[in-house]
Design a protein around this ligand. Structure first.
Ligand code: CMP
Length: 143
């Protein structure tokens, strides 16, 4: 079993997509382990996107992420990191297949509704950043 970090960004929360997105993850068979509706501080947004620090769009990305509430989550399932990325779809919604979350709900890369960890290492780092030790596997969840 693997865990991955998923975050509905401010555009997804504003558009009322928390429910539909939770449904897609649950229907796929993922088990929800943690969930928190929150505002993120600039410092946390910068840490979260540290690998994009040198990119031209970094400032815009951090401003956007801190512009409203986000819904941070930890989902568990077999190959959760890769399976969640497939459900989410291509980073640029214009190239995301219909049936994926970005393919169905977004059109622009800067406001692409949702984030999913891109590797097991990123997932560990992002779960720690948002949930600390709460996100670590401990007592098995009920089925
Ligand atoms: P995400 O999967 O959260 O990871 C990095 C984010 O950077 C990505 O989704 C996009 O929202 C954002 N991003 C990538 N490319 C661009 C771009 N050219 N302009 C603005 N934002 C971008």
């Amino acid at each position: 079993m693997e865990r991955t970090f998923v975050m509905i960004k401010p555009d997804g929360v504003r558009k009322g997509l928390i429910g539909p997105i939770l449904t897609r993850f649950e229907q796929k068979g993922f088990k929800l382990q943690e969930m928190k509706l929150m505002r993120i501080e600039r410092d946390k947004a910068e840490q979260h996107y540290q690998e994009h620090r040198e990119k031209a769009f970094f400032g815009e990305l951090v401003s956007f992420l801190t512009s409203g509430q986000v819904c941070a989550m930890v989902w568990e399932g077999p190959n959760a990191v890769a399976a969640a990325r497939l459900l989410i779809g291509h980073t640029n919604p214009a190239n995301a297949a219909p049936g994926t979350i970005r393919g169905d709900f977004a059109l622009e890369v800067a406001e692409n509704i949702i984030h999913g960890s891109d590797s097991a290492e990123s997932a560990d780092r992002e779960m720690e950043l948002f949930f600390g030790t709460d996100a670590k596997p401990g007592i098995p969840s009920f089925d």
